[in-house]
Design a binder for this molecule. Structure first.
Ligand SMILES: *[C@@H]1O[C@H](CO)[C@@H](O)[C@H](O)[C@H]1NC(C)=O
Ligand SMILES: *[C@@H]1O[C@H](CO)[C@@H](O)[C@H](O)[C@H]1NC(C)=O
Ligand SMILES: *[C@@H]1O[C@H](CO)[C@@H](O)[C@H](O)[C@H]1NC(C)=O
Length: 185
């Protein structure tokens, strides 16, 4: 009788594994004590499947919040934008190219953002919180394209800071793992 019960509990666990909700991690330019920072943010809104629950075959969606407007920016190859603050809190979605973001008085590597699948960042180092801002360089002979999308009313998306420094590539593999049903880390 007892062993039968134990088996039932075990199979229950197998049928309903406890899986933490999958959330989007993005590199963000924040600010602390008047200086811009690079941080890996985990956004609060979890992905939910838009198809039948339990099936990994369909699309997954996460809500990124309300927006204000959108600016399409074409950046020529080998361009150095220099140090600047974010004009307002905004998403920047790089669709192609390569951006290299560094911080003043900081000799770390900074963040390399490749356009495409993992090209979404958030810039929150506005002049009221950051004196010098950050430097954006677009090295190499690729053109870059960025969509700048300020949030409505300058809202900062709700997030946890996973760590300082940019997100690592493997911190973006969650959706691929889910879709392919493999572990990539
Ligand atoms: C775009 O949005 C920003 C932030 O909300 C606002 O300050 C700016 O005036 C808007 N630009 C245009 C062209 O509407
Ligand atoms: C960065 O600079 C500091 C002093 O400014 C130095 O102590 C440190 O070794 C440097 N780090 C690297 C990786 O060059
Ligand atoms: C975000 O990071 C967490 C912790 O590293 C990871 O478990 C999760 O899969 C990542 N999310 C995505 C969408 O890759």
């Amino acid at each position: 009788m007892y062993s039968f019960k134990a088996v039932a509990i075990v199979s229950g666990l197998l049928l309903f594994p406890v899986v933490a909700p999958l959330k989007l991690n993005i590199t963000a330019i924040g600010a602390s004590h008047g200086r811009s920072t690079l941080e890996c943010w985990q956004l609060d809104d979890p992905f939910s499947p838009s198809s039948e629950p339990g099936s990994a075959a369909g699309p997954y969606t996460a809500q990124l919040g309300d927006l204000s407007n959108i600016t399409y920016t074409f950046i020529p190859p080998n361009y150095d934008q220099g140090f600047h603050t974010a004009p307002w809190p905004q998403w920047v979605v790089f669709t192609t190219g390569l951006a290299h973001i560094t911080l003043p008085d900081d000799n770390s590597t900074g963040a390399y953002i490749f356009g495409g699948e993992f090209g979404v960042i958030f810039a929150a180092d506005t002049p009221d919180v950051s004196l010098k801002g950050h430097r954006s360089q677009y090295p190499g002979d690729m053109m870059s394209i960025g969509l700048q999308i300020p949030t409505k009313d300058g809202e900062i998306p709700v997030h946890d800071i996973l760590h300082s420094g940019p997100c690592k590539l493997k911190e973006s593999y969650g959706l691929r793992e889910l879709a392919l049903n493999v572990s990539l880390s």
